[in-house]
Design a protein around this ligand. Structure first.
Ligand SMILES: [Ca+2]
Ligand SMILES: [Ca+2]
Ligand SMILES: [Ca+2]
Ligand SMILES: [Ca+2]
Length: 316
């Protein structure tokens, strides 16, 4: 399948996706272990008033952005509630010790705030009603205006009802001000089923946001731009998905991704020299298969209006 967003992905720096975590850890002196975004190292024991290994000494680190948080100690009989570190984002409890070898038992909780992005994507269908946009790819990014590259957080896919969920991810804008993250979203008419692209080889889609300093959850409905040069691309994509679903359901055939050219006001010649709607799998720079649809303005967007034609070409 044609790569959906090569340009975009090259520009982005992949950010680590880390989830909240609780870890039970046993460490000998000199051992270290990570839990979520934190690392602990066991240094030594001190005798308390009841046992010889009652007080554990350790050191802590944050992994991203990297920071040494210093050394500390906990008494498992007198400090049963443990202690908080790094602005309450890390909780450490020393829960006792084991002999032979002597090991400190810790419970670490990474309490970094988490963010979930979820919601519904709708497109204007051929009856001009808002309908679920199924199998759209949703790219989630963290915007860093003025301080460098935006951070790519990951992607999700809408389901049959147009719903998607992304996360949880750590809600810390670590390369910005350390505050909450600033979400931008790109919705794209593409997935492993295929994609709908324009005459410049860009996948049809649109951006939403930024949503600045989002706390725990961003949950809303999004709509394709209310403009026929935009939403007719989603008609084509929906028909492509229907064709794929039909083959999958009726003959259990997993069709490979199909790239569909469609652009408002354009004939079906996107480099093949054929200006009527057609298909091919012989483009030298890419193995295809491809479908080329006309988008004549005089025909109100041409083949986008005509699912039968799209399915006919898909059938090849
Ligand atoms: Ca930011
Ligand atoms: Ca950045
Ligand atoms: Ca950032
Ligand atoms: Ca921010």
């Amino acid at each position: 399948m044609k790569q959906i967003l090569p340009g975009l992905l090259i520009l982005l720096i992949i950010a680590p996706v880390v989830c909240a975590e609780t870890c039970d850890i046993r460490l000998e002196i000199g051992e270290e272990e990570t839990c979520g975004n934190y690392k602990i190292r066991q240094d030594s024991f001190d005798a308390g008033d009841r046992t010889s290994l009652q007080i554990a000494h350790f050191r802590l680190w944050r992994l991203s952005p990297y920071a040494y948080l210093g050394s500390s100690s906990l008494d498992f009989l007198c400090e049963t509630g443990g202690k908080y570190y790094d602005d309450n984002k890390l909780h450490v409890v020393y829960t006792g010790h084991s002999h032979d070898p002597n090991r400190a038992k810790y419970t670490l909780e990474d309490l970094s705030p988490q963010l979930v992005v979820k919601g519904n994507l709708k497109y204007k269908d051929r009856n001009l009603n808002w309908a679920p946009a199924k199998w759209a790819t949703v790219y989630i990014l963290e915007q860093d205006p003025g301080i460098g590259d935006d951070d790519y957080m990951g992607s999700a896919l809408t389901d049959e009802t147009g719903y998607f969920e992304f996360g949880p991810v750590v809600n810390v804008d670590s390369d910005d001000d350390g505050g909450k993250i600033d979400i931008i979203i790109q919705f794209v008419a593409g997935s492993s089923v295929g994609c709908v692209i324009d005459a410049n080889d860009s996948v049809h889609g649109f951006w939403e946001g930024p949503y600045r300093d989002v706390s725990d959850e961003l949950y809303m409905s999004w709509f394709t731009p209310d403009n026929e040069t935009q939403y007719k691309a989603w008609w084509v994509y929906d028909t492509l998905c229907d064709g794929w679903g039909y083959l999958s359901d009726t003959v259990s055939y997993g069709m490979t991704g199909v790239t569909v050219y469609w652009q408002w006001g354009h004939d079906a010649d996107y480099g093949t020299g054929i200006d009527n709607t057609h298909w091919s799998n012989i483009l030298s720079q890419n193995p295809g298969p491809f479908i080329y649809l006309d988008g004549f303005t005089g025909r109100c967007g041409g083949s986008a209006n005509d699912p039968d034609t799209i399915i006919h070409e898909y059938g090849h």
